[in-house]
Design a binder for this molecule. Structure first.
Ligand code: SDX
Length: 375
């Protein structure tokens, strides 16, 4: 009997060795390693290597991986032009999507093969670091430039954006955020990439599909929308009034709450909340943090019984802002981080299960009709 699963809920489309999620217990691991432990002790490039190549790299492997990324920080001039010529109010993630799509033009007759794919990885990681840092630069009227590799991926990215060292704590917070957002099994964005890769399209085109899906406020766009809630509330004493008017009576979704898989707190919150507390320095950052905590309390009180709890996007924006990024960059930072996980899933799919993804629709339209010329 044909039946629809709305939103493909509880539909499984692949096996994976990459990320394990237990939605009831709030557990999340990359190839068996707890994500918060990696966020605290590892680095983005080491965790990316683990996800993409299957093991924690040796010192030599890591050094070689970082060198290969550093050799790929320069973008072709035509990509600089695309970023430079984007309309002033263009969505940052939209520019990233366009730039990635333009890079796919250089991949004609792409052949998926393990060693071929692995060679592409450092190139794509270097390219996307450069794309995202230059999107930030252009939007802040700074000249486009190719990043210079620094201590690690996170500090390279931050220096490429801010032209300065943001300090140890903020650099570590960025590195942790890049690890926390790196993968999450197969959310809508990664699934979009897998569908594209299943046709044997190329890696950049598959990434473009994912970034396009990530943009929506039900998914990656929630990082920005959650922060906009705090700005709209304005001050801590207004949280309850705002919540009653907009969420309870207004029936609006509390952004940064709820998840298709988690029925408890999103495990990634632990690290994001730690940094949100530690990095809040200015009066405004402290005010936003207080608003967030009050709003979270009301959300859990009213929705916790339905299994609706805080997700990672509720606090990530606070941390990105405290590191120095404006609201419009939040989802793009999420996208930068997620490139590693998406690449790992599309390689895993094409190299091990390669089957065109083509679901069905249950037809409920009119039966056969005879065509009659109108005149
Ligand atoms: C991310 O999938 C991933 O892994 C994504 C992600 C990743 O790392 O890639 O984790 C990142 O996208 C996190 C999610 C960010 N999105 C938001 O914060 C937007 C707000 N959240 C919701 O819109 C919602 O929770 C979803 C979209 C995330 C999940 O929704 P589902 O699984 O489709 O659930 P649903 O919309 O069918 O809602 C089920 C019930 C409904 O109540 P009833 O109509 O049955 O009475 O739960 C309620 C909903 O009204 N509900 C909410 C709610 N989320 C669900 N009610 C109030 N506020 C919310 N946020």
């Amino acid at each position: 009997m044909e039946e629809i699963s709305p939103g493909l809920e509880n539909v499984y489309i692949k096996y994976t060795d990459l990320t394990f999620i237990d939605g009831n217990k709030g557990i999340m691991r990359y190839r068996g390693y707890d994500v918060n432990e990696l966020a605290e002790k590892s680095s983005f490039e080491e965790a990316s290597y683990l996800l993409l190549f299957g093991n924690i790299p040796s010192k030599e492997e890591l050094k070689d991986f970082k060198n290969k990324i550093s050799e790929n920080l320069a973008l072709p001039p035509y990509i600089h032009e695309i970023i430079k010529n984007a309309p002033e109010n263009a969505d940052a993630l939209g520019i990233m999507q366009t730039a990635l799509s333009a890079l796919s033009e250089t991949y004609i007759n792409y052949q998926w093969k393990r060693d071929n794919d692995l060679k592409l990885i450092p190139k794509i990681l270097g390219n996307t670091l450069s794309i995202v840092s230059n999107i930030y630069r252009i939007k802040n009227k700074l000249p486009i430039k190719d990043p210079v590799f620094d201590k690690n991926y996170a500090t390279t990215f931050l220096k490429a954006c801010f032209d300065k060292d943001v300090g140890e704590e903020r650099s570590m917070a960025m590195d942790s955020a890049l690890i926390l957002y790196m993968d999450h099994e197969i959310p809508a964005s990664t699934t979009s990439a897998i569908v594209t890769a299943s046709t044997l399209s190329d890696m950049y085109s598959s990434l473009t599909s994912a970034i396009a899906a990530l943009r929506g406020p039900l998914h990656g766009g929630a990082a920005e929308s959650a922060y906009k809630q705090f700005e709209e509330i304005g001050y801590p004493d207004n949280v309850e009034t705002w919540f009653n008017k907009n969420i309870l009576q207004g029936k609006k979704r509390l952004v940064g709450f709820g998840h298709r898989v988690y029925r408890t707190y999103d495990p990634r919150l632990k690290t994001f909340k730690k940094y949100a507390d530690e990095l809040a320095e200015t009066e405004n950052q402290k005010k936003m943090l207080e608003i967030a905590k009050k709003l979270e309390g009301l959300g859990v009180k009213n929705f916790g019984s339905k299994g609706i709890y805080t997700n990672t996007d509720f606090y990530s924006g606070l941390v990105f802002n405290e590191i120095g990024f404006p609201l419009y960059m939040f989802t793009t930072l999420f996208g930068l981080s997620r490139i590693s996980g998406i690449l790992a899933h599309i390689m895993e799919y094409v190299e091990t299960q390669e089957r065109l993804i083509r679901p069905r629709a249950i037809y409920k339209g009119p039966g056969e009709k005879k065509y009659m010329q109108v005149d």
